[in-house]
Ligand binder design. Structure first.
Ligand SMILES: [Zn+2]
Length: 459
């Protein structure tokens, strides 16, 4: 659908909806507040969120009491940084307990997070948190010249939420209403890349969004088959670290700038580049970010540490001081664009290997995580480790309720189908799985090197 017509139709709908209109206007104004004003706004939200969680969520109340923190103890930002961290394991095992008492179930949204860096997790949001996510998304892409209603194309992992948007299943009217097309990043055969390339040349998206490695594979395919044949205004690579060679390749093939952004699996839209690309603007009006050392202590400006996120918009199932296990740092400089939203570095340390099969096909390692969606109650941790082209080790840390035999059979069936029967899997039940030497945990990794014409991988 023509973008102007799209905006007009949806604009009328949203003007009638006061809540949406108010949120969008406020988010747009926030970007131009001063850093002091933004900090003051965030601090008020921090106090309100912690106090609300303490009074309405027995899980947080107990957690904080155990740490010697009582209601009313939060008086300064330094007090906040002494609150105990929330780990990924806690979210996985206690997500239902983290829902505050008395929430109207009709205002709750469930979201499964998959996997760029983690064991599948379920989180809850209230509708207002969803609205803030959408508002931040629109603010982010507006910096790149993308307006609400402009056409988007995605190379994205298929999951429960977006299954209807994958291009093979989309009817013409569905595509027109959404102004969005998607190719499944987990199922990128030569035929599908060719079909999607044809579709994109007709559809002519303004914005292309994709996993960095999947977009790299798609760009390589298009380049080898004569070029993209269309020119979006912006490309958004996400879900994993974008290497310099990937950015250069994608910019060359699509003739459009690539922008980086950061969001954790559990908290989306944390920070993103503006058109000057001098760092990622942190959305501090909705996300409180800290960079901490291994002991959980806040680090000074410029020092790299683990990223700790507080979602200031979600009062239904709060995520307070959530340890994302990603690495990054604050930047001390301000941006030429004039926004008061502070800058952070690009995130380092999120890498997912493509797996190379014996016949040369490359498949997406991240996909293995999605096979655990139906087994989150049976597995505490896992790792799929390709040791040779035709061999991989599956390490599983079983939960108490795990029927090992049944689990192995079910997982291996999916793994074998995904790897086209070319890989044998050795399942090992273990007590724990160590981190990499870097300190980062990898759910999938491959010792098989990928064929590439590029050697520099600095970002
Ligand atoms: Zn900027």
């Amino acid at each position: 659908m023509n973008a102007s017509l799209y905006r007009a139709l949806w604009g009328m709908k949203h003007l009638l909806d006061g809540e949406t209109h108010k949120a969008l206007s406020q988010v747009r104004r926030n970007e131009w507040l001063s850093q002091d004003e933004l900090e003051a706004m965030a601090w008020e939200k921090q106090k309100r969120l912690v106090s609300y969680a303490y009074d309405n969520c027995p899980y947080y109340q107990q957690k904080y009491k155990d740490a010697g923190f009582l209601s009313g103890d939060l008086k300064t930002p330094e007090d906040f940084s002494r609150l105990p961290l929330l780990t990924k394991n806690e979210v996985q095992n206690h997500v239902d307990e983290m829902v505050v008492q008395g929430v109207d179930p009709s205002r709750m949204r469930k979201r499964f997070t998959g996997g760029s860096t983690g064991t599948p997790t379920m989180v809850y949001h209230d509708v207002l948190a969803d609205l803030s996510m959408w508002s931040i998304y629109l603010r982010t892409v507006a910096r790149w010249g993308i307006l609400f209603g402009d056409k988007t194309a995605q190379v994205w992992g298929l999951n429960r939420q977006n299954a209807g948007d994958v291009y093979e299943h989309q009817s013409w009217w569905h595509r027109t209403l959404k102004n969005n097309v998607m190719m499944d990043a987990f199922d990128m055969t030569q035929e599908k890349m060719q079909d999607f390339g044809h579709l994109m040349r007709r559809f002519r998206p303004h914005l292309v969004i994709g996993y960095a490695s999947a977009m790299t594979a798609f760009a390589r395919f298009l380049e080898a088959s004569g070029g993209a044949g269309f020119q979006p205004r912006a490309i958004w690579l996400t879900a994993e670290v974008t290497h310099k060679f990937q950015k250069e390749l994608v910019e060359r093939v699509f003739h459009a700038p690539v922008y980086d952004q950061y969001g954790s699996n559990e908290v989306l839209h944390v920070a993103s580049e503006c058109r000057y690309r001098e760092g990622l603007h942190i959305n501090t009006d909705f996300r409180k970010l800290e960079f901490v050392d291994e002991a959980g202590r806040s680090l000074p400006l410029g020092e790299q540490g683990q990223i700790v996120i507080t979602d200031l918009a979600n009062f239904a199932a709060p995520l307070i001081r959530y340890d994302s296990a990603d690495l990054g740092s604050f930047l001390s400089r301000t941006c030429r664009c004039g926004s008061g939203l502070p800058l952070m570095s690009k995130v380092t340390g999120r890498i997912h290997d493509m797996f190379v099969l014996p016949d040369g096909t490359q498949i997406y390692g991240l996909k293995f995580s999605s096979f655990f969606y139906n087994h989150v109650d049976k597995v505490s941790n896992f790792q799929v480790h390709q040791t040779a082209k035709d061999h991989a080790v599956v390490r599983l840390v079983p939960a108490k309720t795990c029927d090992r035999e049944t689990l192995s059979v079910q997982l291996l069936k999916s793994f074998r189908e995904y790897t086209k029967g070319q890989v044998t899997f050795d399942v090992q039940f273990v007590d724990s799985i160590p981190n990499e030497a870097s300190g980062k945990y990898r759910f999938t990794k491959s010792d098989v090197s990928r064929p590439t014409t590029h050697t520099s991988e600095g970002s």
